[in-house]
Design a binder for this molecule. Structure first.
Ligand code: FAD
Length: 572
């Protein structure tokens, strides 16, 4: 499915305009377009470039929320974990978690066990419709010796064992988000990245009750500076951590706030080596928790959870974030293993959780539930904002929003068709509730003449699902596109993917391609050679001259270096 950045579509009238192309906005667009509503989705940056690409990479129930009695959130998330695993099995996969218990652990071992048991109970329907290979087993206790065999780096002193339970990996959140987006576009939505909502359009007349009536949004194309007024009957503000900044354009207070919490992860050399396949979810002596996930030959470690007052665009990783993660994880590493240092860090991610405002003492304990705010009671009709939520619950939130819009006077009884995404595969899934493994094996038996190695073929099938054959078509037409973009054997992306990103997936910048269409940009430092290889492919497709291509390469390398300067003390 081609996502076409056709700005002429800004002249069309829409039933629903969604501001924000993170997972929340994308899911809203999928649900409204699926119901036959004319839908426009815009994002001021790229699709998924905000919080949605900076997660811990889990589709999960959120076991730790049981500590703050968020049973409703956990139950909904566990239900959605199953819905997403069934919808996109090529990008959502089971992962074993180990929650270690030491004699000094707080909460104590028995209570951790009770929590794990409750988590399993709340996921009572976890295997409904699941093919055998995707079934999630019940949790169990792993005794100390066995645990140290599986995770030799764990601090053995006073270690009792660990509770093993399963959640699911969101292996490449950027690609899964694109799958949801393609589903929305396939259903008729228009999706435009690099288009910012810079104001609202209002009806000439106020409503009979004195309210202002929103009739669309003012937008600016961030690539050309061009402005447009777009007409829409209902507007949904899915700006995530920018939600209140979008509302500022109304220039009147609506009483809705967002509670911003910064979350950082580190990508490091693999703790304990590449043989460790379990995710460790530990609480250190300091009381901070840390998740150490084996991912793509690295360890992905985090998250932090720190309240921030800054606008999301001004937030970066700083040295304190790095220190906090290193000290927490080092607290759980055995003395026989080298402690992690800054030199082990290959990359970082940062995202801002758009939390709701509640009575909690800090962002760590703030509820992860979501809210749909209808601004009519505050005097602005036909405008909704979304607060809170998780990646995992994006689909449910999209559904709830679409149902509210359909019932509202904004759409004035618009005819909608039946749509139920609870049992619907995402756009290029190999099938709803299908074990992807046989498909991955089948791709190894086809199109051998293209000369791609097995790892690359499976990589493409995993990233693109059924659309991987279209990436292979590019290789067939232009064999040079089979070339790897990196000399690092862990980086499997090939040149055809860069071309596909531009022609089919609306990538407009090198960052769009590297960070959200390919995997390479999510694997830490990207070398000059890697950026240049991507630029050589995408420059002509984007209509760049040789000078513009070199300038884009320098700008991208500069952008990436600036991120690192924010936190790295030593020169590596
Ligand atoms: C460190 C961390 C770890 C997490 N881990 C997990 C996890 O493992 N599992 C999980 O389920 N959840 C996780 N979450 C939560 C989850 O990532 C977020 O709840 C979710 O991604 C929020 O999505 P969103 O669409 O609301 O926001 P965003 O993804 O930030 O999207 C908002 C979008 O709005 C756009 N926008 C803003 N202003 C405008 C404008 N004026 N015009 C047009 N567009 C605009 C932005 O560009 C942005 O793309 C984690 C969050 C963090 C920070």
């Amino acid at each position: 499915m081609r996502i076409e950045r056709d700005l002429a579509r800004l002249d069309d009238p829409y039933d629903v305009i969604v501001v924000g192309g993170g997972i929340t906005g994308v899911c809203v667009a999928r649900e409204t377009a699926g119901r036959g509503l004319r839908t426009l989705l815009i994002d001021k940056g790229d699709f998924g470039h905000g919080t949605s690409s900076a997660t811990s990479k889990y589709i999960h129930g959120g076991i730790r929320y049981l500590e703050t009695y968020q049973f409703g959130v956990v139950r909904e998330s566990l239900r959605e974990r199953r819905v997403l695993a069934l919808a996109a099995p090529h990008l959502v996969s089971q992962q074993r978690f180990l929650m270690p218990a030491w004699k000094w652990s707080k909460p104590p071992t028995a209570l951790i066990g009770a929590g794990v048991g409750l988590y399993a109970a709340l996921g009572f329907d976890r295997n409904r419709y699941m093919p055998e290979a995707m079934k999630i087993p019940l949790p169990r206790w792993i005794p100390r010796q066995r645990l140290l065999r599986d995770v030799p780096w764990l601090d053995a002193d006073q270690l009792q064992g660990a509770f093993a339970y399963h959640d699911t990996f969101n292996t490449h959140p950027e690609r899964l988000l694109l799958e949801f987006l393609k589903s929305a576009v396939a259903a008729g939505a228009v999706a435009l990245n690099h288009v910012e909502a810079t104001g609202f359009v209002f009806a000439d007349e106020h409503h009979a009750d004195g309210s202002m009536v929103v009739r669309g949004v003012q937008v600016t194309d961030r690539l050309t500076g061009q402005r447009h007024a777009v007409r829409g009957r209902a507007v949904v503000n899915a700006g995530g951590p920018w939600m209140d900044l979008v509302l500022r354009h109304l220039q009147r207070p609506l009483g809705v706030k967002v509670n911003r919490s910064k979350g950082v992860h580190l990508l490091t050399s693999p703790v304990g080596g590449t043989g460790v396949t379990d995710t460790v979810f530990a609480r250190a002596r300091s009381g901070h928790h840390v998740i150490v996930s084996p991912w793509q030959g690295y360890s992905f470690i985090g998250p932090t959870d720190t309240a921030v007052d800054l606008a999301p665009d001004a937030v970066g990783v700083d040295h304190d974030d790095v220190e906090l993660i290193l000290s927490t994880v080092n607290d759980t590493i055995s003395n026989g293993f080298p402690k992690l240092t800054e030199a082990d860090i290959e990359g970082t991610t940062v995202g801002i959780r758009p939390l709701i405002v509640d009575e909690s003492k800090d962002s760590y304990t703030t509820s992860r539930r979501h809210e749909l705010y209808d601004h009519a009671p505050a005097g602005v009709r036909h405008l909704w904002s979304i607060g809170g939520g998780k990646w995992t619950t994006g689909r449910a939130l999209g559904e709830e929003t679409a149902l509210a819009l359909v019932k509202s006077d904004a759409l004035d009884g618009a005819a909608v068709r039946a749509f139920d995404s609870r049992r619907l595969a995402v756009h290029s899934s190999f099938g709803w509730a299908h074990d992807p493994q046989p498909y991955f094996e089948a791709v190894l038996r086809t199109r051998a003449e293209l000369g791609l190695d097995d790892a690359t073929r499976v990589h493409l099938a995993r990233l693109y699902g059924t659309e991987h054959s279209r990436v292979l078509d590019l290789v067939e037409r232009t064999p040079q596109l089979a070339q790897r973009l990196s000399d690092d054997p862990r980086r499997l992306d090939i040149a055809a993917q860069a071309a596909y990103a531009v022609t089919e997936e609306s990538a407009c910048t090198l960052a769009d391609v590297l960070d959200r269409r390919l995997v390479i940009g999510t694997l830490g430092r990207v070398s000059r050679a890697e950026v240049e290889r991507v630029a050589v492919v995408v420059g002509p497709l984007l209509g760049w001259s040789i000078e513009q291509t070199s300038a884009a390469v320098e700008a991208e390398l500069g952008r990436r270096a600036a991120i690192e300067i924010g936190w790295r003390r030593a020169t590596v």
